[in-house]
Structures are given as C-alpha cells and as structure tokens.
Design a protein around this ligand. Sequence first.
Ligand code: AMP
Ligand code: MG
Length: 417
Amino acid sequence: MPVGDRLIAPAEALDIILAQVRPLPVETVPLSVAGGRVLAVPFHADQDLPAFAAATMDGFAVVSGDVSPWREIVGDQYAGTVEDIEVTEGTAARIMTGAPLPPGADAVVRVENTELRDDHVIVHQELVFESENVRPIGADLRAGQLLVDAGEVIGPAEIGLLASLGHVDVPVYQRPRVSVLSTGDEVVDPSETPGPGQIRDSNRFSLELAARAAGADVIWSGHAPDDASALRALFQERIAASDALVTSGGVSMGERDLVKGLLAELGTVHFRRLFMKPGKPFNFATVGGTLVFGLPGNPVSALVGFEVFVTAALQTMAGRREPTARPVTVTLEHDVEPTDRLEYQRGVVWSDDHGVLHARNTGSQSSARLLSLVGSNAFVLIPPRAEPYRAGERVQAIVRGVVAGGPPRSGRAGDAD
Ligand code: AMP
Ligand code: MG
C-alpha cells in the first residue's frame, strides 16, 4: 500500500503527530499578559508567605495565656503599617484583619467576643489559644517550595502566586502561529447569501476558535477555491509564515480534492486516513518545520479531528506537558449501533448519586451536523463489533468539558438515534 494510505488507529496517529512536535522557544512576557500561557521554568517560592504573622479577624491582639479580667488598650494596629506598640499581660492592641501582630502578642480575640470600657477591653472568652486568629509566617507557602511547574498553564491562581512573589516578567513558551484555510469552490463567506449549490464557510470560524482555545495565535485565516495553482501559492506562503497550517476540505477521493496531492508534492505525508468516525480522511504532513493538518470538509469531522489531534499538537508546541486526556469508563444509557470504525460519538457524560458515570449521545451523529457537538461534554468511544451495544454496557469516553451531577437537562442531548 502506498505510504500514508493505511487506515491508522487514532492512538497511533497521535503518536505519529507528537513525534514531529517540539515545544517552541521561550520568551519573556509581562505578568499582565502571562495568563493562559505555559510556564517555561519551574517556579519556586523565594520567601515565606505571609512574611509576617497577621490577624485573620478584626479584634484585639493579646497574650494568649493572659487571664486578666480587663486589659488596657495600648494602641491601634491597621493593615499596611507597623506601629510602635508592645503587648504585654494586662494590655491589648486593637487590630484589623491583615495587620501584623504587634510584638508580645500571640493571639487575636475577635471583636464580637469583646466589650469596651473607656480605654479598656473586657474579653468574654474563657480561654484564648496561642495563634488563635493568627496567620503565622509561612502558613501559605514556604521558601523553596515548588509552586507552578514548567509545562503548566498560568491560570488565575498561578498568576496570583507569581504576582504575590513579585515576578513581573515571566518566561513562557511562544504560542504556535497558526493559519487556517478553508478550501472548496462551493464555500462562501458567512456575510454572503449562498447561490445555488453554495454553502457558508463555517469551518474557518470553528477551527480558528479551537486553535485559540489550544493556546495558538491565529495569524491568518482565509478561503481558497479548488484551483491547483492558487492553492499551491497560498500553501507555500502560509507554510513559510506559520508553525502549523490547518486546512479543511479537499482530502477525500474526488477529482477536485487537491489538498492531498499538494501536500505530497510539498512535503512529507505521514498518514492520510484514520480508522475513525467521523473524519476518516485526515492528512498529516510536515513541510520543513511546519505541521500541516489537512482536515476533511464536513464540519463535525473537521472539528473532532482538530480536538483529538491538532489540539494535542498545538498544546505540545505551546509547552504543555500533558496534552491529552485519559479516557474514563461510562455506562451507556441507550443502545448504540456500531460502525466499521472506532466512532467518536458526541455525547453527554454525567455522574449519578453514587459517582458512577453515565453517557448519552447527542442525537444524530451525521458528520455535517454541528448540533451534535453543541452541549456535548465528551466523546463516547464506540469500537466496531458485530452486534449492537446495549443500554447498561460500559464503554470508554474522553471527557472534554465539565461533568455535572444528574442527567442532562437540555432536551437536545439524549435523543438517541
Ligand atoms: P470535502 O472534504 O471538500 O469533500 O467537503 C466535504 C463536505 O464538507 C462537503 O459537503 C462540503 O461542502 C463541506 N464543507 C467543506 N468545506 C466547508 C467549510 N469551510 N464550511 C462548511 N462546510 C464545508
Ligand atoms: Mg471540497
């Protein structure tokens, strides 16, 4: 069989793709734009936090063992300053949440448990424990502790840690520069009214958004007709400018399916067909250092192929260490008719009261029906076999969203076909 015409199992396809992918070089960006990027070096705490013992309640700073019936108020300690106050037995300092504990004090009595008498305070609390309502030095993190590892995405908590330790310049991996190209004579811009036999371009928008979600910088997107020389020129230009080129259409068996031949002409084609439904035609090629993904034209085939393979490649380029999710075991809630390939059914997975995961598909699984992806949080994997799958059988699923408790609420999900 000529190179690339074998039907490749999805797991093998992913291995072939990832073998061609390296993380991009590192750049330093300001903290304000580091969110969503992937940290390039492990990040350790260079100090204890909090750096000083602080009150966690508004109240009075006291000596914990002190049993005086009332205490003289020797000063006020607000957050953000250090007052020249010392607390001893028989005295207390008024203190606010976040303020440093004055010398001598080792506990805070919350204001609700106190009563003021002139310049004295009465503590209505039998025992005051050491460190009560005090956040000690190093309670949140210790100097030397690993906070965020290289290869992890900088999210809201991670960026907060970077900020709290004063890291205003952050080393991150460069984002992959991606071009997205729709092909096909029948495809028109969404702003146009399609003529006879024409359709609006949906893939360009779906794939752009999916690329951004994977951490890529979409530097260009456009459309080209099924014309060999126009496609060749555009391919050469976009490949030279991009880390990855993602195209849709033109990879099937038709006479005007020109992308396939063009990739063989320009670079190395690693495979052309997947043992997978949707999305059997899937061309993966490398041209110089650029990855080219020739996805099929059908919108669901293109998007599923993107999510399963291209996302993992882009995330790896962007520095992510674990770009793929592990499947989970789910119980089918309805019968499923298998096909001749491993099917990625778009479905909803949810958890019951016992933590058992259940799955339904999202109705018709036609490769053009984008609605099958709307509201779906998982790909339910249906391997080929002779007899149908029955409700109650267990299969694998790749969860791609949040798993909620209870069955899907949307009327759309669950119209089993
Ligand atoms: P192809 O892979 O080029 O044979 O296209 C397969 C199917 O996908 C055809 O019905 C096309 O009209 C449709 N298609 C191709 N490109 C797009 C696109 N950019 N947006 C929506 N549908 C498309
Ligand atoms: Mg086409």
